[in-house]
Design a protein around this ligand. Structure first.
Ligand code: ZN
Length: 165
């Protein structure tokens, strides 16, 4: 086998990187460069625990992205105000609403201040008791953009102004 650097014919060649160039060279020439560590070797040195965590994280993230795309029901951002307004419109105190849905007044207070987020069961109870919707269907972003219609650009405004004068 021929060394790519000095041309010597040797039984074994080493793969080294010399100034970002990968060459197959003889033992003597290998000292001019850095011996390459093969990619599979590096991967296998990653602790299995970390590899497993990375995989688990990817598994967790993927379904949610798909979920959001398909228009999943999401808790509305202004649920605290929605609950408070619906309750006050009925003349109920926080304790009154709490009693109707088997929750303490402190839970109602925390919901209305946004300190806690209601779980699915609590959302259903609140919706039924107050006659409101606390969840909305999340539309894919692309659809939202289309619904907004074509926007007026700065260029359009300038064009209109020029045309008027
Ligand atoms: Zn050589």
């Amino acid at each position: 086998m021929i060394c790519e650097l000095c041309g010597a014919d040797v039984p074994r060649l080493k793969t080294v990187a010399i100034d970002a160039t990968v060459l197959s060279v003889c033992g003597d020439c290998s000292r001019f460069g850095e011996e390459m560590a093969s990619a599979p070797l590096r991967t296998s040195t990653m602790p299995p625990v970390i590899a497993q965590r990375l995989e688990a994280r990817q598994r967790r993230m993927t379904p949610k992205d798909v979920y959001m795309q398909s228009g999943e029901l999401e808790l509305m951002e202004d649920f605290p105000q929605l609950i408070r307004q619906a309750r006050e419109s009925r003349g109920w105190k926080q304790a009154d609403l709490g009693a109707k849905i088997n929750e303490r007044a402190s839970v109602i207070a925390k919901l209305e201040s946004g300190a806690i987020t209601p779980g699915d069961d609590l959302v259903r109870k609140l919706e039924r008791q107050l006659g409101i919707k606390l969840k909305e269907r999340v539309q894919p972003i692309a659809v939202k953009k289309q619904a907004a219609g074509p926007g007026i650009t700065l260029g359009d405004l300038l064009k209109d102004k020029e045309g008027a004068t």
